[in-house]
Design a protein around this ligand. Structure first.
Ligand code: FES
Length: 240
């Protein structure tokens, strides 16, 4: 016998919302037309809680909204100067930790990291560039992996496992030595196929299809006219 889900009431940024029990704060906010910035959360993958961009204050304590489920009477703050600055710093650090040259990257205009920087008003990083020396795996006939652009969000690891039912990617090492690896000598030796869901899961330009770069002209790219998250905020506007 399946138990009916209860309806709970939570408050996000002063707005009372009726939500289904068991849902995460991030999903509840999206359903209510409230955009909470996030990077490692993706579609219906099991949330990972690693990037912390989605951090909110829950009853006074900072928590990752993509992994925290709702409970009755929860009071959530998301749109505060403190949290915006916190998220801005995380995005800033992601930029300096890798090699992100947006003007030469074919993901430009589609890139969630770039779009988030625009949304947060980041024009130049506040931390020094680390300029790491990283390689590019071009071995696969249809897909390449540029480690310079990888932000270690783990979407590829989880998409390959959970949606493609393969196990193409993994993380190795810990802390600042953590890096993404493929479960073979190179991408060409894995069972990755260009039609796999994982090929579209990367939020940045790290995992890309070959031979389709710059397909959409500047001016028509998804983030040329609308900021990231605006599609979620728009749903609220339509309900009013
Ligand atoms: Fe929640 Fe990354 S989106 S921790």
């Amino acid at each position: 016998m399946t138990k009916n889900k209860q309806t709970l009431t939570i408050t996000i940024d002063g707005k009372k919302i009726a939500v289904e029990e068991g849902i995460t704060i991030l999903k509840a906010a999206e359903k209510a037309g409230i955009y909470i910035p996030h990077l490692c959360a993706y579609k219906d993958l099991i949330p990972h809680g690693s990037c912390r961009v989605c951090s909110v204050r829950v009853n006074g304590r900072i928590q990752a909204s993509c992994v925290q489920t709702v409970s009755e009477g929860m009071v959530i703050e998301s749109d505060t100067a403190e949290l915006l600055e916190y998220r801005r710093m995380i995005v800033d650090m992601l930029f300096v930790e890798g090699n992100h040259f947006c003007m030469f990257c074919e993901k430009s205009g589609h890139c969630e990291l770039q779009a988030m920087a625009y949304r947060f008003g980041i024009t130049a990083p506040q931390f020094p560039y680390l300029n790491p020396n990283r390689d590019i795996d071009l071995s696969h006939p249809d897909v390449f992996l540029d480690h310079n652009r990888c932000i270690l969000c783990g979407r590829c690891v989880r998409t390959s496992q959970e949606l493609d039912h393969k196990n193409v990617f993994q993380f190795v090492n810990r802390g600042h030595k953590k890096r993404l690896e493929v479960n073979a000598k190179g991408l060409a030796e894995t069972d990755l196929n260009v039609t796999d869901s994982v090929v579209n899961a990367c939020p940045v330009g790290a995992l890309m299809k070959k031979r389709v770069g710059y397909e959409v002209p500047i001016g028509n790219r998804p983030f040329d006219h609308a900021s990231i998250g605006s599609e979620i905020e728009k749903t609220e506007g339509e309900r009013k």
